[in-house]
Design a protein around this ligand. Structure first.
Ligand code: CO
Length: 300
């Protein structure tokens, strides 16, 4: 009799554990919906350059006033520098998503500020895939990641239109060519998106734009070789094809004192009139519009 009672109690305890387990496993479905947007940028430690990231964050906040908008940086060097110098902790995408999960966000839309789907984007996609694969208590109901600005040929046509509008005043002078510096991602197929964008620019504004990258191909030598084809070019505008006009734009592109900068190399190639336009694409109203449209697409 005593044995039977013990067995009964044990069975009851087991059942309780199983039931509480089941209740836990089903918990995310019972959670009230809470939407969040996580903007992911490489980051910048230059306050002047941060305006570009702020503009995208502010555009998202204005477009989705009821949805919380958060920001993460992928660069640990920049995160550590900001933590040390400004005493501000900016999370990685991993810690930002974990924090949002802890705070009960059920639907999170991850919006990268990347230009091409290169190595940085792959790393971000790995983090998002990891969180999306979680089942049960710690899962999100929905976790989405948008594609970067230049992910297909159509995207390149759209970007070409944005650039033609952006440099409308400079393009009005037929003797001016626009030289753009992309970041580039070496040993990655996505780097070819720059060549695709060059095709779009050549189609819409023949001979007016030449595109290179700082870290991969096309290189500055390719840029100069291409410029030489157009004998009408007397003046150049040099500008970053990057969300932020930070270190690369100010140093690798436009530093007049550095003989290795694009400015100096273009000068050596015979171009006397070079005007730097050091404004990040993130500050461009059209780029912000596309950014918001991409978030809206994810929310559908
Ligand atoms: Co870089």
């Amino acid at each position: 009799m005593e044995q039977a009672l013990k067995s009964f109690i044990l069975a009851l305890v087991m059942l309780t554990i199983v039931m509480s387990g089941a209740a836990y496993a089903g918990a995310p479905k019972d959670k009230p919906d809470k939407e969040g947007i996580l903007i992911v940028a490489f980051g910048t430690s230059m306050p002047e350059a941060k305006k570009a990231i702020d503009n995208l964050v502010d555009s998202a906040k204005a477009a989705f006033p009821k949805t919380e908008v958060r920001l993460a940086y992928t660069s640990n060097i920049i995160r550590n520098k900001i933590a040390k110098e400004q005493n501000v902790l900016i999370p990685t995408p991993t810690s930002a998503l974990a924090q949002m999960n802890d705070e009960g966000f059920t639907h999170v839309y991850v919006m990268p500020t990347h230009i091409i789907p290169g190595e940085e984007y792959d790393d971000l996609a790995g983090v998002v895939d990891g969180f999306a694969s979680i089942k049960g208590k710690y899962s999100f109901k929905s976790l989405k990641l948008a594609r970067p600005y230049l992910s297909c040929a159509d995207d390149c046509d759209v970007m070409a239109d944005v650039l033609i509008k952006r440099f409308g005043r400079e393009l009005a002078d037929k003797g001016t060519a626009i030289v753009l510096m992309g970041h580039g991602t070496p040993h990655h197929a996505a780097n070819a998106m720059y060549s695709q964008l060059q095709l779009s620019l050549d189609k819409k504004a023949p001979g007016r734009f030449t595109l290179g990258t700082v870290e991969a191909a096309p290189e500055i030598d390719d840029v100069i070789a291409r410029l030489k084809h157009n004998k009408a070019v007397r003046s150049l505008v040099i500008s970053p094809l990057m969300i932020v006009a930070g270190d690369h734009a100010n140093n690798d592109l436009a530093d007049k004192e550095d003989p290795e900068s694009w400015y100096s190399q273009l000068k050596d190639a015979g171009y006397k009139n070079i005007k730097p336009f050091l404004v990040g694409l993130g500050e461009d109203a059209e780029i912000a519009k596309i950014f918001v449209a991409k978030i809206k697409d994810m929310m559908k």
